[in-house]
Design a protein around this ligand. Structure first.
Ligand SMILES: Nc1ncnc2c1ncn2[C@@H]1O[C@H](COP(=O)(O)OP(=O)(O)OP(=O)(O)O)[C@@H](O)[C@H]1O
Ligand SMILES: [Mg+2]
Length: 243
């Protein structure tokens, strides 16, 4: 048997909707313990990539492996059981339920009181505002608080690899800073992260390695220094000025 790789390997996947192909033979690696960002404009295929990894849509060809095991073709709940979880672009919280109920739904497969208390304490320590608002209806939370709740719900699934699809979308800069601060704490605890963002500069600065997606293809990749050092390329692909 080949030596087992620790992390995610996306190997030449092609993914689409109906007749249209969005990703064509795309490959990407996320080594355990690292943060990889996927950036790119509207419609580049970022969410499609996350959906393919989580099993929400099926790759037409190619293979996705996690810790050496093939996960492409598995149902989303089985991918999640392997520790690969997503916070989707749509956040998918239950807006009619309270914060606490939303967390309970995410927890329900580990129905041990003591374990639950411990997990909830961890969540409330990461997101103190959720503790404060635990009785409130989720739909009444601010956008930033809803994003925190969405992340909290994913964390209750005990991810090893967490995929976040545009966690900063539509949020004010102060709350974005807070969310990235929390992501940083999670990364320090060893969580592996695949971060999808339209806000390229922020994501590239945060990540160990970044991939720029355009029209379903990787057009650039590298560390923050590599990507931001070439001003012309950074401006062309990322719309960011580095100077
Ligand atoms: N459910 C769907 N059915 C058909 N086409 C879709 C569907 N979802 C996305 N697409 C198309 O696939 C392409 C890639 O979309 P995707 O949502 O992956 O892009 P994205 O990079 O996440 O964009 P954004 O930054 O706007 O979220 C787009 O052309 C989009 O119109
Ligand atoms: Mg998207």
């Amino acid at each position: 048997m080949a030596e087992q790789f620790s992390g995610l390997q996306v190997d030449q996947i092609s993914v689409g909707y109906g007749k249209a192909l969005v990703l064509e033979k795309l490959s990407l690696t996320v080594t355990s313990g690292s943060v990889v960002a996927v950036v790119g404009p509207n419609g580049a295929g970022k969410s499609t990539l996350v959906r393919a990894i989580s099993g929400s849509i099926r790759a037409r060809s190619g293979e996705i492996r996690y810790n050496g095991q093939i996960i492409s073709g598995l149902a989303p709940y089985r991918v999640a059981r392997k520790g690969v979880l997503q916070v989707p672009e749509t956040r998918d919280i239950f807006s009619g339920m309270t914060v606490w109920e939303n967390l309970m739904v995410a927890f329900d497969n580990l129905n041990v009181e003591s374990a639950r208390q411990e997990a909830f304490n961890e969540i409330y320590d990461l997101f103190p505002i959720l503790a404060k608002r635990h009785q409130d209806i989720a739909g009444n939370l601010s956008g930033g608080q809803q994003q925190m709740l969405a992340i909290a719900r994913a964390l209750l699934g005990r991810p090893k690899l967490l995929m976040l699809d545009e966690p900063s979308l539509g949020l004010a800069s102060l709350i974005i800073k807070e969310i990235y601060g929390t992501l940083n704490r999670l990364r320090e605890k060893g969580l592996t992260v695949l971060l999808v963002e339209q806000n390229a500069k922020m994501a590239i600065n945060f990540a160990d390695h970044s991939v720029v997606l355009s029209n379903g293809k990787i057009v650039m990749q590298g560390t923050r220094d590599e990507l931001l050092s070439d001003e012309a390329l950074a401006h062309h692909y990322l719309g960011v000025r580095t100077g």
